[in-house]
Unconditional design. Structure first.
Length: 389
């Protein structure tokens, strides 16, 4: 096991070459290594061999989706098979488009990850280190859970065609140019391995696209949580070394004023950085579908949950400024009142992510979708029952 781990770390080491700091590496190491291994890395600085590997993977994915599309329009089959094929093909087209869009915005993703190592991101206190460790642990847990669920579903998807009653079946509904040729046992084995290989990379396109999106949200929550803690304790952090002064003397002290101004300026810059980057029918088949459903529902839940958390944390910035102790005399300092009011006014409108500008991504949206999906499923099942009768 240790030999496999060492081989994995050595093979994917180039994925970490462009990491800018320790915190980026801590939050995104698993993501970078996984995307690199699947040939879907966002990094521009790669060897010629990796470029060949990466483009080969992308060609395989495109050919596989085209084969699914060809099967849909050239082979008449049962109602269930057509529905399954349409669902999977549309899903793959959507994720291919999403990956292309993400590749076009890879600079933004990189900057968002690198912002964790911003000089304004202060995690020097015990409480903020605790916040950082909590969200770092949450990041690792969610990544491994997502990869585990998706991999279990894929393994069952690979095994199912070998255990059902259909002869010469494949993990996905695809069509070969010479269908009659692969109707023999020898060529079926070859064809099955080819389909398995292509389906594996296409499936991990879906997993990696979701993984990248999910992995960007938790660090954003972490940055907001740390920023709020900084605002709430700005006077405490700035007044270290001035314990012998009361509030009136403290805010009249020139040295304290310089420290307070400097710290407030850094927190304002960190807030601006966050906003800038953020805006830019067998048992096996039953279990297989179950894992597939769990994965998609879990992925959407994660997106909605972290988007909801980001919204709450962005609202909390205003409350944190209010709790920063301004009434103790800070607002009497020139320029402080205006800056605090600007921060509160910015935080008054919370940062909310939306799905195509139609609906906000939140836990309310998630529950609404689940209810709507259940209603739609009921209608589809009734239609299917009529079709079968």
């Amino acid at each position: 096991m240790s030999a496999l781990k060492s081989a994995w770390l050595a093979a994917t080491a180039p994925a970490l070459e462009k990491s800018t700091g320790k915190l980026e590496l801590a939050f995104f190491e698993c993501v970078y290594r996984t995307t690199y291994a699947t040939g879907l890395s966002f990094s521009d600085k790669q060897t010629m061999y990796y470029y060949i590997y990466s483009y080969t993977v992308k060609v395989i994915i495109v050919l596989f989706i085209a084969s699914e599309f060809w099967y849909l329009f050239s082979i008449s089959s049962s109602f269930d098979t057509v529905i399954d094929n349409i669902t999977v093909t549309v899903l793959h087209f959507i994720y291919l488009y999403r990956y292309k869009t993400m590749m076009g915005s890879k600079v933004v993703y990189k900057k968002l990850a690198a912002s964790l190592d911003s000089p304004y991101f202060d995690v020097t206190t015990t409480s903020r280190k605790k916040i950082l460790r909590h969200w770092l642990k949450m990041q690792h847990k969610c990544i491994w859970l997502l990869l585990t669920i998706s991999s279990c579903g894929l393994v069952l998807w690979y095994v199912h065609p070998l255990s059902d009653e259909i002869e010469y079946n494949y993990p996905a509904t695809v069509r070969f140019p010479y269908d009659s040729l692969v109707r023999t046992t020898e060529w079926y084995i070859v064809a099955y391995i080819v389909v398995l290989f292509m389906f594996n990379y296409t499936s991990y396109l879906v997993v990696i696209t979701d993984l990248i999106m999910q992995a960007q949200l938790i660090p954003l929550v972490c940055q907001y949580a740390v920023l709020c803690d900084c605002f709430e304790n700005i006077i405490t952090d700035s007044s270290k070394g001035f314990s012998d002064l009361d509030d009136k003397q403290l805010f009249a002290n020139d040295k304290f004023q310089n420290i307070y101004y400097s710290r407030l300026r850094k927190l304002v810059e960190q807030h601006k950085i966050i906003l800038a980057y953020a805006l830019n029918k067998s048992m096996i088949k039953t279990i297989m579908n179950f894992f597939y459903l769990i994965y998609n529902m879990f992925m959407f839940y994660l997106l909605c949950n972290w988007c909801d958390e980001i919204k709450l944390q962005s609202q909390r910035v205003g409350d944190s400024v209010y709790l920063s102790g301004w009434e103790r005399g800070a607002v009497a300092l020139p320029g402080v009142r205006a800056r605090l009011m600007i921060i509160v006014s910015r935080a008054f409108k919370p940062l909310a992510f939306s799905a195509g500008g139609i609906s906000d991504l939140s836990l309310i949206s998630y529950t609404t979708l689940v209810k709507t999906s259940y209603s739609a499923l009921t209608v589809l099942l009734s239609v299917r029952q009529r079709h079968m009768s």
